[in-house]
Ligand binder design. Structure first.
Ligand code: ADP
Length: 634
């Protein structure tokens, strides 16, 4: 990461580096070009030197030929100045190159004649003079003297003379002759030059016939060809380097600015993202088609989906509850049309785990940097917990109201029980009084006496019930005593026997033998059994066909369970909570307190009251009471 950052930071150096490489390339090319040019110049120099040497040789050969022709023309003639001077070859030769023509006697080497006169011929006597010779029959020798400087002047073409200093040098590097008056040699430092040996035709002395040893022709470049590219290259490079340096500096400044802007942008984006993600409000942006453009982390957490699964999605959304798609789609259309309530609206979404989430959604226009609306921005608050608390509060208020009504009812019932106690005791006393009176009168009518006895029993039972209910409703603790539930059930059914017969209901009782004792208030439990059987009989009232109620007891674990099952219409999906709710009744004259009181009694005994649909249709009400601790402990 560090290395990458460093690379990016030094990126501005790249053009500078490339430019330097380019400059070095140009310089190398210039150098190579120069070397090639020098080589070419050297090649030209060599070939020019060779051709100059050939031309000089030709010139000397030519002069030699002229001299031979002259010698042939003079053969047999008497040597005299006049003869020589009159000969056209002599004049032509003097005009060309010759300094003097001397006729010698070959035996004594005595000068017989000479043209021109000595003094005239000294014109070119400053330097070394060279000679050509030819025999003149019968015994003379013609010697032509010529100056090597003149040979160079006449024998070297003008264009070569302009280009080079052409010199004849001897073995001691002494200049014998030069094509120019003032050789530039030492003045201008080393200049390219080339030497060609030119010994053959050059003779220094006519007498010795000795050749000039180690003489050479040297061509020296007068002015080395100026290299046109090199200075231009230097000028370009000199101009280019500061330019590229300035450009690089500007680039570096620009890149720094861009980097700073980038860092600032990234920091700002990170800040914005962090703020959006840490907001407790879920955010979502949508376009006009309802496509999700953006969601923050809170939104993702709220619906349990990753941003990738949400962004780009079109309705129906994955968090819409499957059973409410129509309603959600309808509301979505309304919102996209811009008719969402300003004060927000409530919705139910489905978390990916299946849990429902209650939300409050506020829609507002989504506006871009240019001020143009491009969709809708939604701010969503999770109100599940608030709703739950509200619900609980509502239920508490309801329960309080119910409890208030129950308390009031308890008061009424208590008063009623108090008021009924007197008449019931009176009925029992009167019943006993009538029975006694009839016995004294000797009335033996079993029917009357039996009825009177049952009247007394019912009145006493009613008195007991009223007293116990009063006790219960005045919130006194139930009277727990060891009792056999089979006996309690039997006692309750005995009281209902006649009623059931009248209603055409068959009562089937199957009590498990040897059911252990429970700690309970027998009168209240009896009341529960009576209530359940009565309700079953009521339910069977409208039922055609056979009407059956089955009451059974059995031990289940540490509980004794009593079932009351009928073959009536059943519970129609209602649950025990609903049935046991105070004042819930489906009967025209029902009060809806029976099951509520039953459940209170059973729960006061740490038992459970339950209701369910019976296996063969009808309802099954059951309650379980815990076995007494002594029984459980054995
Ligand atoms: P009430 O008897 O005054 O209606 P309850 O609390 O005893 O009050 O009963 C509440 C309701 O429960 C009844 O109105 C009835 O609709 C329903 N219910 C009770 N027992 C049965 C049953 N065995 N079969 C069908 N419905 C029943």
């Amino acid at each position: 990461m560090k290395l990458r950052e460093l690379l990016i930071r030094s990126l501005w150096l790249a053009p500078l580096g490339l430019s330097l490489i380019f400059v070095l390339g140009v310089l190398a090319w210039v150098r190579a070009n120069e070397a090639e040019e020098q080589e070419q110049q050297r090649q030209t120099l060599i070939s020019d030197a060779l051709s100059t040497e050939a031309q000089l040789r030709d010139r000397i050969d030519e002069e030699q030929a002229h001299l031979r022709q002259l010698a042939a023309g003079l053969a047999g003639q008497k040597p005299s100045v006049a003869t020589l001077a009159a000969h056209p070859e002599v004049n032509a030769g003097l005009r060309r190159l010759w300094l003097a023509v001397t006729w010698l006697d070959s035996r004594s080497n005595r000068v017989l004649a000479e043209v021109p006169a000595e003094s005239e011929a000294n014109r070119y006597e400053d330097g070394l003079s060279l000679h050509l010779t030819a025999r003149v029959a019968p015994d003379g020798v013609l010697v032509v003297r010529y100056a090597p400087a003149l040979l160079l002047k006449r024998g070297v073409p003008w264009w070569l003379a302009r280009k080079y200093d052409v010199q004849l040098v001897d073995s001691a590097d002494q200049v014998i002759a030069s094509s120019t008056e003032s050789p530039l040699r030492a003045a201008q430092g080393p200049r390219p030059s080339y030497r060609v040996a030119l010994t053959g035709p050059l003779r220094a002395s006519p007498l010795t016939q000795a050749t000039l040893t180690d003489a050479a022709l040297e061509l020296t470049v007068r002015e080395p060809a100026a290299n046109a590219i090199r200075p231009l290259a230097w000028v370009l490079v000199a101009g280019f380097l500061p330019l590229i340096a300035v450009a690089s500096w500007l680039l570096r400044r620009q890149m720094r600015q861009v980097q700073r802007a980038e860092v600032a942008g990234r920091t700002e984006a990170a800040w914005r993202r962090a703020m959006e993600d840490s907001a407790l409000v879920a955010l979502r942006a949508r376009d006009f088609d309802g496509r999700l453009l953006y969601v923050n982390r809170t939104f993702c957490d709220m619906v349990g989906l990753a941003p990738e699964a949400l962004v780009g999605q079109l309705p129906p959304m994955p968090y819409w509850p499957p059973d409410a798609h129509e309603e959600m789609a309808e509301r979505n259309r309304r919102n996209l049309a811009g008719h969402a309530p300003r004060e927000g609206y409530e919705a139910r979404w489905r978390h990916s785990s299946g849990r429902m989430v209650d939300v409050m959604v506020f829609e507002s226009p989504l506006v871009d940097a240019g001020g143009r609306q491009i969709g809708w921005m939604g701010s969503i608050i999770d109100i599940t917990e608030r709703k739950r608390l509200e619900d609980r509060e509502r239920r508490q208020v309801e329960t309080l109201a119910h409890n208030a009504r129950l308390t009031m009812l308890g008061e009424i019932a208590s008063t009623l029980a108090h008021e009924l106690n007197q008449p019931l005791t009176a009925i029992a006393s009167y019943g006993a009084g009538i029975t006694n009176s009839l016995a004294k009168l000797g009335v033996q009518d079993e029917l009357v006496l039996g009825a009177l006895q049952r009247l007394g029993q019912q009145a006493t039972q009613a008195g007991r019930i009223v007293a116990r209910i009063r006790e219960f409703l005045t919130r006194r603790e139930p009277r727990h005593e060891r009792c056999d539930l089979n006996e309690v059930v039997s006692a309750a059914l005995e009281l209902l026997q006649r009623d059931c017969q009248q209603r055409g209901v068959a009562l089937k009782v199957s009590l498990a033998p040897g059911v252990p004792a429970v700690l309970a208030d027998a009168v209240l439990i009896e009341q529960v059994v009576i209530n359940l059987v009565r309700n079953a009989a009521d339910a069977l009232q409208a039922h055609g066909g056979s009407r059956r109620i089955a009451v059974s007891s059995r031990v289940v674990g540490e509980f004794v369970r009593i079932d009351v099952q009928d073959n009536g219409p059943g519970l129609a999906g209602r649950r025990v909570e609903q049935l046991c709710a105070p004042f819930y009744s489906t009967k025209a004259d029902g009060m809806g307190m029976g099951l509520a009181i039953c459940r209170s009694i059973i729960e006061a005994h740490q038992g459970v009251l339950d209701a369910s649909e019976a296996a063969g249709g009808g309802a099954l009400f059951s309650f379980s009471l815990p076995l007494s601790r002594e029984v459980v402990n054995g």
